[in-house]
Design a binder for this molecule. Structure first.
Ligand SMILES: *[C@@H]1O[C@H](CO)[C@@H](O)[C@H](O)[C@H]1NC(C)=O
Ligand SMILES: *[C@@H]1O[C@H](CO)[C@@H](O)[C@H](O)[C@H]1NC(C)=O
Ligand SMILES: *[C@@H]1O[C@H](CO)[C@@H](O)[C@H](O)[C@H]1NC(C)=O
Ligand SMILES: *[C@@H]1O[C@H](CO)[C@@H](O)[C@H](O)[C@H]1NC(C)=O
Ligand SMILES: *[C@@H]1O[C@H](CO)[C@@H](O)[C@H](O)[C@H]1NC(C)=O
Ligand SMILES: *[C@@H]1O[C@H](CO)[C@@H](O)[C@H](O)[C@H]1NC(C)=O
Ligand SMILES: *[C@@H]1O[C@H](CO)[C@@H](O)[C@H](O)[C@H]1NC(C)=O
Ligand SMILES: *[C@@H]1O[C@H](CO)[C@@H](O)[C@H](O)[C@H]1NC(C)=O
Ligand SMILES: *[C@@H]1O[C@H](CO)[C@@H](O)[C@H](O)[C@H]1NC(C)=O
Ligand SMILES: *[C@@H]1O[C@H](CO)[C@@H](O)[C@H](O)[C@H]1NC(C)=O
Ligand SMILES: *[C@@H]1O[C@H](CO)[C@@H](O)[C@H](O)[C@H]1NC(C)=O
Ligand SMILES: *[C@@H]1O[C@H](CO)[C@@H](O)[C@H](O)[C@H]1NC(C)=O
Length: 463
């Protein structure tokens, strides 16, 4: 950088602008110009002749010092695009920097140590989707004022430095969608100010540290899509502020701790694709009254589906498919759906009985792969997947012998003889009388059909 030009610019700023907006530190001015060329920032964003504090996009100053740099969404100059790298050495001179946001701006290379050594005032570091690589430098543990660290969607790897557990002010930590390995440090339990922790889509192994139960302000916890094993720590039940918990796509085993009934603010509980087993804790759904999304799919849960489930007022997604739940759902009806879309998947369990009507708002319901009997229970147009049950007048059902056996094993009666009757006398139905239209998608096979049901007589008319 031409020294004379700099001085000229400085003098120019002094003359034309007030003291307030003027970048006081020549080191910082020089640093910004270096950054401008090392990153290849375009003149449209950082015009060379103007005052960085006032006219450069994304630069924040206070008392003549640079406190914020936001190059998120910037495009590089043609030259800058040729050989992009994470060359920000000059930042070392912006010692009062509080926020650095480069999300979406390509910075291939590893995170420079200078962040941890020189930028002690940093509060927000956002490097999401910047193509950064390598491990997280342990020096970031020096940033005691750091409030938010976003490193998601990059190519970071290696194990996590224990030193991150020193970031006492941290409230958001996003390391999702990288290639981190090794255990989740139990020192993260020291991050008492943390409200959001996202470690999803990495290769973390080992078990969930029980110390996580001490992060009492935690609202969002996402450990999904890793290789976590062992049981879910009972201490997680202490997280009574938790709003969303996603532990899906791991290899977690054992029972769901009874302590989960303490998470009274939980709206999203996603445990799908694990090896969890046994009954759900008693009273779970009467406690978790705010649940909107419940996904237990692909586990080994067994026993009854607790009755309180059907009374959840806000439930929009219910997926308990591919477990070993068994229950007579003869009279069940979902009371939720207050706010729209309802998706229900009960498929591939051992559910039986004659289902009554479901919510009118239900957009999609999959009952396939169970032992439901009787007639199709829907009362309004919706997608239904009903294959492999014991239902009447629906194609693709189990053999009558299978059905008879299943019901006989439970000492129940299966209406085995309806086939030979001309007019069926249907079992308990609470659906309103009248002709109904239904859009059915049978058993996951692309087989669409329109039916008209008369629930009073059981007569059926095709399209
Ligand atoms: C950063 O810059 C982007 C694009 O100019 C803008 O949308 C965003 O609000 C800025 N964020 C902050 C925290 O200044
Ligand atoms: C960084 O800028 C992007 C806009 O491109 C914005 O969405 C994001 O929230 C900013 N990060 C922080 C931590 O404010
Ligand atoms: C910081 O500023 C000083 C003084 O202008 C300069 O000597 C040094 O090279 C600068 N450091 C970096 C990393 O740019
Ligand atoms: C920063 O962290 C590193 C590694 O954790 C440590 O060796 C160094 O002493 C720290 N430096 C400062 C200035 O705190
Ligand atoms: C905790 O985080 C909040 C923001 O979520 C912040 O305002 C506060 O200063 C942080 N530190 C402590 C000790 O609460
Ligand atoms: C992880 O879960 C949190 C909270 O539920 C959510 O906001 C975030 O988008 C999830 N992360 C990914 C990568 O989907
Ligand atoms: C759970 O986390 C995964 C990321 O691995 C994400 O794709 C999924 O959408 C999350 N589920 C919910 C309901 O937030
Ligand atoms: C957390 O939960 C465990 C077991 O459920 C309990 O023993 C412990 O006292 C709880 N800790 C706090 C801080 O509430
Ligand atoms: C319901 O769950 C089963 C098994 O998990 C899956 O194969 C099916 O596609 C799901 N149905 C819908 C409608 O998503
Ligand atoms: C499902 O539960 C039944 C008892 O209800 C048991 O006999 C069966 O072995 C279980 N199946 C699996 C795959 O766990
Ligand atoms: C369903 O309702 C009928 C009539 O109200 C009752 O006789 C029957 O016991 C109920 N079945 C179940 C499984 O709750
Ligand atoms: C049925 O499902 C399809 C996709 O699976 C969706 O596009 C359509 O809107 C659904 N129909 C209704 C009535 O919800």
């Amino acid at each position: 950088m031409n020294e004379l030009l700099l001085v000229t610019i400085l003098v120019l700023f002094h003359c034309t602008l007030g003291q307030q907006d003027f970048l006081k530190s020549r080191n910082e001015l020089s640093a910004l110009f270096d950054l401008r060329s090392s990153l290849g920032i375009r003149s449209t964003d950082w015009p060379i002749k103007y005052n960085p504090c006032k006219q450069w996009r994304g630069i924040q100053c206070r008392n003549g010092r640079v406190t914020g740099i936001n190059i998120s969404g910037f495009k590089r100059t043609r030259v800058g695009r040729l050989n992009p790298s994470f060359s920000v050495e000059s930042l070392a001179n912006c010692t009062l920097l509080e926020t650095f946001n480069a999300s979406g701006f390509s910075l291939p290379g590893s995170i420079p140590d200078l962040f941890g050594y020189k930028l002690g005032f940093l509060m927000v570091l956002d490097l999401r989707s910047t193509s950064v690589t390598g491990p997280i430098p342990a020096s970031l543990g020096n940033l005691t004022r750091l409030n938010a660290l976003y490193l998601g969607s990059n190519d970071l790897a290696g194990s996590l430095p224990v030193a991150l557990g020193q970031l006492m002010q941290l409230s958001v930590l996003d390391l999702s969608r990288n290639s981190f390995t090794g255990p989740v440090p139990s020192e993260f339990g020291l991050l008492r100010n943390l409200s959001s922790l996202d470690l999803s889509s990495n290769y973390f192994s080992g078990s969930i540290p029980s110390s996580f139960g001490s992060i009492s302000r935690l609202k969002f916890l996402n450990l999904s899509d890793n290789s976590l094993m062992g049981s879910v720590p009972v201490e997680l039940g202490n997280l009574s502020s938790l709003v969303e918990l996603n532990l899906s796509m791991n290899a977690l085993s054992g029972l769901l701790p009874a302590e989960f009934i303490r998470m009274r603010n939980l709206e999203v509980l996603v445990l799908r694709d694990n090896r969890l087993e046994g009954r759900l804790p008693d009273g779970l759904f009467s406690s978790l009254a705010k649940l909107r999304i419940l996904e237990l799919r692909e586990n080994k849960f067994a026993g009854a589906l607790p009755v309180a489930l059907w009374s959840l007022q806000n439930l929009q997604v219910l997926d308990v498919s591919a477990n070993n739940f068994t229950a007579d759902l003869s009279n069940f009806s979902l009371k939720g759906h207050a706010s729209g879309t309802v998706f229900i998947n009960l498929s591939n369990n051992q559910l039986y009985g004659t289902p009554a009507c479901l919510s009118e708002n239900c957009n999609s319901i999959d009952l396939s792969g169970n032992y439901f009997q009787g007639k199709v229970p829907f009362s309004s147009p919706r997608n239904g997947s009903l294959g492999m049950n014991c239902l009447q007048t629906v194609p693709g059902q189990r053999s009558l012998e299978d059905c008879r056996l299943f019901y006989a094993e439970r000492g129940l009666t299966f209406d085995y003889f309806w086939k030979s009757r001309v007019k069926t006398t249907t079992t308990a139905k609470s659906c309103p009388k009248g002709t109904q239209t239904m859009d059915i998608h049978f058993g996951g096979i692309a087989w669409w059909s329109w039916f008209h049901y008369d629930f009073g007589t059981g007569d059926r008319g095709g399209p």
